[in-house]
Design a protein around this ligand. Sequence first.
Ligand SMILES: [Zn+2]
Ligand SMILES: [Zn+2]
Length: 347
Amino acid sequence: MLTVNAIAATSATDPLVRTTIERRDLGPRDVLIEIRYAGICHSDIHTVRGEWGTVPYPLTVGHEIVGRVAEVGAEVGKHAVGDRVGVGCMVNSCRECENCRSGQEQYCLGGNTGTYASVDRDGTITQGGYSTHVVVDEDFVLRVPETIPYASAAPLLCAGITTYSPLSHWNAGPGKKVAVVGLGGLGHMAVKIAAAMGAEVTVLSQTLGKKDDGLAFGAEHYYATSDPATFETLANAFDLIINTVSAPIDMAAYLRLLRLDGTLVSVGAPPQPLPVPVFALFGNRRSFAGSSIGGIAETQEMLDFCAERGIAPEVEVIDAAAVNDAYERVLSSDVRYRFVIDIDSLR
Ligand SMILES: [Zn+2]
Ligand SMILES: [Zn+2]
């Protein structure tokens, strides 16, 4: 066992604290990663505050991880010591079900093993990336191209793949009109990726406060959803809407923005159900869908795509000591656009 520095939640209400956690001994197919940066995802906050169910405290969260390979098990063939690598939202799956066999491990029928708060194969609870090291099976370790700025690479492992996967699945590209609802951590990546895929991108945000940013990220249009005229102007306009907001939205109003055979995909996760009026689906044969991260092969494809196109998340790098303040700022939408913890501050 390796004892490493980490930040952990001890209850739903107390601030995160500095502590140590244990990492398992390296198995033959395991990779030991010296973590360099870890992104702060809204899911981390939902989880530690108990908003998504019972939490096995103490818990270290973090599923946007980049670092270097420090050691490899005897049978590891995909990664070598010194490689720049990443780990996202899952660290294992059954590998036998039809979804795993088709490269969609995120939809493993037995449930994938989450990077934190999941029961691992050895019965322990997985601990995430707000720590100096992690041990992960080589099949769930991604190659992070050196051309992606180091700190910026971390949020690709969740925010990047969460938006890339539905944009790719629903064929965002030239001739397609894509709207992105919300310009936060997920939304700003959806804009950059959809624009890089060649789609005509519109941002739908509560106000015009981040309009300059949205246009700089590649959007061609930017509308305030607080203005009712927006929903008249944009009626029947979009092939695809990516909803990144994790609070309830007026589903009828947004569905009516879809043109024939258009799809609204939710990647934000409000804790309460979203009422969907069926008549809004009848018009234009519209669809309402969800999407969850992406498979391992698709995550690698996303990293390579971002490296080729020179796109990366906008990040604010913080020390480990600032993580509790950062959580408050995420909750008040005061971040442009993702906090990333400099893990050197934990050593
Ligand atoms: Zn996440
Ligand atoms: Zn499976």
